[in-house]
Design a protein around this ligand. Structure first.
Ligand SMILES: *Cc1c(COP(=O)(O)O)cnc(C)c1O
Length: 403
């Protein structure tokens, strides 16, 4: 029995099986490479779901976290900690707007805070929220209520929110849905869990306009897209809009759990003393990690790296011209490889056997969301291996066996 199999057995007996039993036990990593407990190495093109922005064991992140843990690891929010204030100031500066930050420990909690902010700002006369079909905002009850995937949402009805879902990217459907009963619109700038589906050009602008017309708040969920993933600090900046509320998490902490709900303009003051709280939110170790992530992205010019290596990766995959691949979409180091058939799970498994971690985010879509430090040579190594991976899957498919 391998070390992996032994741990899988223990896992299956002791951990709730909400994730099934995963195929790999990761033990360590360096840069964009990870190692499992049996000594196999993989190029990590998932980054813990767009989280490990600096890759693994980055010296700046290790130093920041170790130094902070050695000084003071937790204060609660009964007391101020320096790192939290520094991080709030940095985020506001990156956003370039007048704003205030509430820190959380996850993306779902960032959206819960946004939800409460919206309720507080809009009151009970506007009970409706508008959100996108196939959108994803998290798994807690409030965040789940605006998540537009029935299979994960329906078993947990009823929710405390009245949510109107619209097809993502359809400007007129959105305009029609946002009326005087609507408190806010929750949108991702590009569907992440939905399969890396960028909003059509102009969609966020149309959403901003519809919200302004109806007096609704625009909540932009950048939990997955934010902090450099698309080659910009925030994906919505490319569209030239300013949301009322912005939520962040995943890549912000580079692997440490932290999220943020940012209220912009007067919505920075919509929640007042006693309205919301978190014991761990804005924890100094997590904030130190986020500061190291932002510093390193700036110092090492990682936004330019994301744009260049992402474009090279997308072009390389497209140039293979394999019949199983119909499209490569997304921007920066955040790509969806769209397949001609629902064979994503088989591609993920074949990639794993070839030494690459990729993610079957939808039955017919492979998501790549590697560390922002991915090099051109690492991207090329995946492009070189991909024909073999796709061929292995195609051979099984044409065999008539189930992939
Ligand atoms: C992952 C994700 C969330 C939820 O974040 P958690 O940290 O898993 O709670 C919310 N919104 C988007 C867009 C996400 O990708």
């Amino acid at each position: 029995m391998t070390a992996t199999e032994a741990l899988q057995d223990k896992y299956a007996a002791s951990v709730m099986l909400t994730y099934g039993v995963p195929p790999v036990v990761l033990a360590s990593g360096r840069g964009s490479t990870v190692r499992d407990v049996d000594g196999n190495t993989y190029l990590d093109l998932v980054a813990g779901i767009a989280v490990s922005s600096l890759g693994h064991a980055h010296p700046a992140l290790v130093a920041a976290v170790s130094e902070q843990a050695a000084r003071i690891a937790h204060t609660s929010n009964l007391y101020i900690n320096e790192r939290q204030v520094e991080l709030a100031v940095r985020l506001i500066r990156l956003l370039g707007a007048d704003a205030r930050v509430f820190f959380t420990n996850s993306g779902a909690e960032a959206n819960e805070a946004a939800f409460k902010l919206v309720r507080r700002a809009q009151g009970a006369d506007r009970p409706v929220l508008v959100a996108a079909e196939h959108g994803f905002h998290g798994r807690t009850m409030g965040a789940l209520s605006v998540t537009g995937k029935n299979s994960i949402r329906d078993p947990f009805r009823p929710f405390g929110a009245d949510v109107r879902f619209v097809p993502y990217g359809d400007e007129s459907a959105l305009a029609q849905a946002v009326g005087p009963d609507c408190a806010a619109v929750f949108l991702e700038p590009c569907l992440g869990e939905g399969g890396v589906v960028p909003a059509p050009a102009g969609y966020l602008k149309a959403a901003r306009y519809a919200c302004d017309e109806a007096g609704a708040l625009l909540v932009i969920d950048e939990v997955q897209s934010g902090i450099g993933r698309t080659g910009e600090w925030f994906a919505h900046q490319r569209e030239g809009i300013v949301p009322d509320v912005l939520t962040l998490a995943k890549g912000l902490g580079g692997g440490l759990p932290i999220g943020a709900c940012i209220g912009i303009g007067r919505y920075g003051s919509a929640l007042s003393k006693g309205d919301h709280g978190s014991t761990f939110g804005g924890n100094p170790v997590a904030c130190a990690a986020a500061l190291a992530v932002i510093d390193t992205i700036e110092k090492d010019g990682l936004l330019a790296n994301v744009t260049a290596v992402g474009a090279r990766l997308a072009a390389g995959i497209e140039a293979i011209g394999h019949p199983l691949v119909t499209e490569v979409r997304g921007s920066g180091l955040w790509l969806g490889i769209v397949l001609a058939r629902p064979a994503a799970a088989a591609v993920e498994a074949a990639a794993l056997r070839a030494g690459f971690l990729v993610n079957a985010v939808q039955p017919d879509v492979i998501r790549l969301a590697p560390p922002l430090v991915l090099t051109a040579a690492e991207a090329d190594s995946f492009v070189a291996a991909l024909p073999g991976i796709l061929e292995a899957v195609s051979a099984v498919l044409t065999d008539g066996r189930e992939a």
